[in-house]
Design a protein around this ligand. Structure first.
Ligand code: ADP
Ligand code: ZN
Ligand code: ZN
Length: 752
């Protein structure tokens, strides 16, 4: 008799343990760790994951129930990915089942997607006899065409035959009946269509710098150095992608697999185009815009070993590749690598964990590395490789600073400085292209009252609403609510309310005023909602049909348009004013990245950064394009103010429909955490415990309060984290009864 330890697919802490089931005899030699099964659970049937198979039940034999069925005839979870899930459980303190769910496409659970099959046919006679058989079918052109199309003796599907036969079914049914053809089925893999056929491209000759960094990495790859991490710091346009391509090619020739992570695939279509031009259409692509069917089939192609190259966004870090040679994380500083929902894993960390356990190198790459990674490289935990020059001796762009206070003093109340306006005119008149970046969509991010100063807020959230010129309505970017523009101030009734601030729509309008007749493209969440909108808009810009591209941060990343010579950051301070310790880092990164879109062709690029804070080190550093200067300053500030990576910021977030209860809960938990800290003598490690209403105190009609905990992370703090998780678990039911939820967030992306 054998038994299986199963994690049942129910994500509550109460069932977060293994359950033992009996393996029916018929299943015995087919089952093993990683298989998904259907099991009885209480009065229902549930899906589950087999973790281990064993000979003894260690449990009352009579109470053990049988596994009902295997869900696939192969283990969906590789052993390495089970380990990965265990690690995520440990770090984020989520139920194991929740971590295991990350390892398979969502549609695979509860059988939401199925394997797609298609009918296929082939002839049953020797192709040599075709002429004779055809004579028998003279009366039907359809059947004649079908037999001719099948005359190679191979299996053909309906889609293949429909190119030549008008009505495949009415042709094939009689042929099958008469025994001239046979019918069968085969699986079809749905592939994302948007990419079209791969267009092959020859290899460029490597630059000396590309050669140099490869000389460092290739031997490590060939040696199979386990988990060695490189930080590739190369300026924008230094040709990092070509380095990735060579690494991946080496992997493939060694029979190993390669994983390339990009921040957001819809925004970096060029990475896929380049890879496809060099590796054909084999590489699998995983991202959120795939349909469930496409996602499932791409995943299966990887799982069944049909491809060894995967390009994908964050969750692709769990791609079921075997024999990893390298995991590349492009634009490693991007926040999209941190999951924004539970469990909050960090794809960079997961990548390193996988490489350490499964083998392979990790290459973190960026023109503006995260403070954390650069600090790790400084300390010697990562190997730092630098590419300080652009390819083909292309110069870095020239950056000009426009001090908007000065503009104001000189009477310029427009959104463009004289410098940016002048550069724009010049650029467009010379038939070149420009990109304008503004980190806010809509027309005006605030509508506020000139008498009482209040901004118009969303009825459901504690955030100001954005005016959209397209429908002349106010929109909430958090919950999607839209309302008509009020005629008087909702707070004081005054008539003097007006929109202020600048969003993408306003910038577009101003460009058209400045340059009548110019063709513009706007890229933000409003214009890119449909499935292929990103690719289409970018293609339109590339083709030269428009001269000015206006967008939010979605145009800051990785784009390579050789005829863009001018880039403008319309208001650089926007991210700087965020209430977050990462604000300077984000600002610097964004500005350097945006600037990097200029001058990627033959002509030197020009960049204008508009700001009210020209002296801030993040802005000054970006203007000088001096990463190290910025890093040193930022690192010193973090050390002084005890911010990560010197500390860890965690929080307990409480949400609910009653403001007082929510706030009260946060306060009482804050007190309990403080008490625990004292009792266990953790005072020196726990720097503060602060309960308060969250900066966004209401979201989608739920009130929000939090306990922010700043600690010097050490193994000693594990007991504190366990205490918090346990407390939340114990009180979970009571909370739910009161319409509240609580979550423990470790190092969250935002403390808003
Ligand atoms: P990065 O990612 O470092 O900003 P890219 O990988 O986008 O830079 O490369 C910038 C441009 O240089 C691309 O157009 C790319 O095709 C080109 N390029 C890269 N390597 C070479 C090379 N060795 N020779 C010629 N052109 C190259
Ligand atoms: Zn008012
Ligand atoms: Zn809202």
């Amino acid at each position: 008799m054998s038994y299986a330890e199963v994690i049942v697919d129910i994500a509550t802490e109460q069932v977060d343990r293994v359950f033992t089931y009996r393996i029916p005899e018929a299943m015995e030699d087919r089952i093993g760790p990683g298989y998904r099964v259907r099991v009885p659970f209480g009065h229902r049937e549930k899906e589950g994951y087999v973790l281990r198979v064993k000979d003894t039940a260690d449990y009352d034999e009579n109470r053990i129930r049988d596994i009902l069925a295997l869900l696939e005839d192969y283990p969906a979870l590789l052993p390495a990915l089970i380990e990965c899930a265990l690690e995520i459980k440990k770090e984020t303190r989520c139920p194991l089942c929740e971590a295991l769910r990350l390892m398979i496409p969502a549609g695979m659970r509860q059988g939401r997607v199925a394997v797609r099959r298609e009918k296929i046919w082939r002839i049953t006679f020797d192709p040599k006899d075709l002429d004779e058989k055809l004579r028998g079918e003279k009366r039907s052109l359809n059947r004649t065409l079908a037999l001719t199309a099948l005359s190679d003796g191979e299996w053909h599907s309906k889609s293949e035959l429909s190119g030549v036969v008008r009505d495949v079914r009415s042709a094939m049914t009689p042929l099958v009946l008469r025994g001239l053809a046979e019918e069968s089925e085969r699986e079809v893999l749905r592939r994302p269509e948007e990419y079209g056929p791969a267009v092959p491209m020859p290899d460029p000759v490597l630059t000396p710098e590309q050669n140099e960094v490869l000389e460092d990495m290739l031997p490590a790859l060939r040696n199979g150095d386990k988990g060695h991490t490189y930080l590739l710091h190369g300026v924008t346009g230094s040709g990092k992608t070509e380095v990735f391509i060579r690494l991946v090619r080496e992997c493939v020739s060694m029979g190993k697999s390669a994983l390339i992570l990009v921040p957001e695939i819809a925004l970096t279509p060029q990475m896929i185009t380049w890879f496809r031009s060099r590796f054909g259409d084999g590489p699998a692509v995983l991202h959120s815009r795939l349909t469930e069917g496409e996602r499932y089939d791409e995943w299966r192609r990887i799982r069944l070993g049909q491809t060894k190259i995967v390009i994908g966004a964050r969750s692709a870090v769990f791609a079921p590749l075997q024999d990893l040679g390298v995991i590349i994380v492009d634009e490693e500083h991007e926040t999209t690598y941190l999951s924004d929902h539970y469990p909050q894993y960090d794809a960079r960390r997961v990548a390193r964990g996988r490489a350490e356990r499964e083998g392979g190198l990790v290459v973190l790459s960026s023109a503006t590395p995260s403070v954390y990674s650069y600090a790790m490289a400084r300390r010697g935990d990562y190997t730092l490789l630098e590419m300080p020059r652009r390819v083909l001796d292309r110069p870095l762009p020239e950056i000009f600073l426009a001090d908007m206070r000065e503009e104001m003093r000189l009477g310029n109340r427009g959104i463009f400085s004289r410098r940016l306006a002048g550069e724009l005119k010049d650029c467009v008149s010379r038939g070149r292209q420009a990109m304008l970046f503004i980190n806010r969509r809509g027309y005006a991010p605030f509508v506020s009252c000139r008498r009482c100063g209040e901004a118009v807020k969303c009825p459901n959230c504690d955030v100001s609403m954005t005016f959209h010129a397209t429908d002349r309505m106010l929109h909430c970017h958090y919950c999607g609510e839209s309302i008509t523009m009020p005629e008087v101030c909702p707070s004081c009734g005054s008539k003097y309310i007006k929109s202020c601030g600048t969003g993408t729509q306003r910038v577009e309008e101003e460009v058209k005023k400045l340059l009548p007749g110019v063709v513009t493209i706007r890229m933000d969440n409003d214009t890119t909602a449909s499935r292929n909108a990103h690719a289409e808009l970018l293609e339109r810009f590339r083709s030269g049909k428009a001269q000015v591209l206006i967008g939010t941060q979605m145009i800051a990343k990785g784009l390579d348009f050789p005829s863009v010579t001018l880039v403008g950051a319309v208001l650089a301070d926007m991210t700087l004013n965020l209430p977050d310790y990462r604000a300077p880092e984000r600002t610097f990164q964004l500005l350097v990245q945006v600037a990097g879109r200029a001058g990627r062709g033959d002509e030197k690029g020009r960049v204008v950064i508009q700001t009210y804070k020209p002296d801030h080190y993040a802005i000054a550093g970006a203007v000088k394009q001096d990463y190290r200067a910025f890093f040193n300053e930022e690192f010193a500030r973090r050390r002084m103010d005890l911010y990560p990576p010197f500390t860890q910021m965690d929080r307990i977030l409480v949400e609910g429909s009653d403001d007082e209860k929510v706030y009260g809960k946060a306060v009482s938990w804050g007190e309990r955490v403080s008490r625990f800290t004292k009792e266990k003598g953790l005072d020196r490690l726990v720097l503060f415990v602060r309960a308060d209403r969250a900066p966004i105190s209401r979201l989608k009609n739920r009130f929000r309060a939090h306990v922010v905990i700043k600690i010097i992370d050490s193994p000693k703090c594990a007991s504190l984290k366990a205490f918090i998780t346990d407390t939340l678990r114990e009180e979970n039911e009571e909370l739910q009864a009161q319409g509240m939820t609580a979550a423990f967030e470790i190092n969250p992306l935002s403390l808003a």
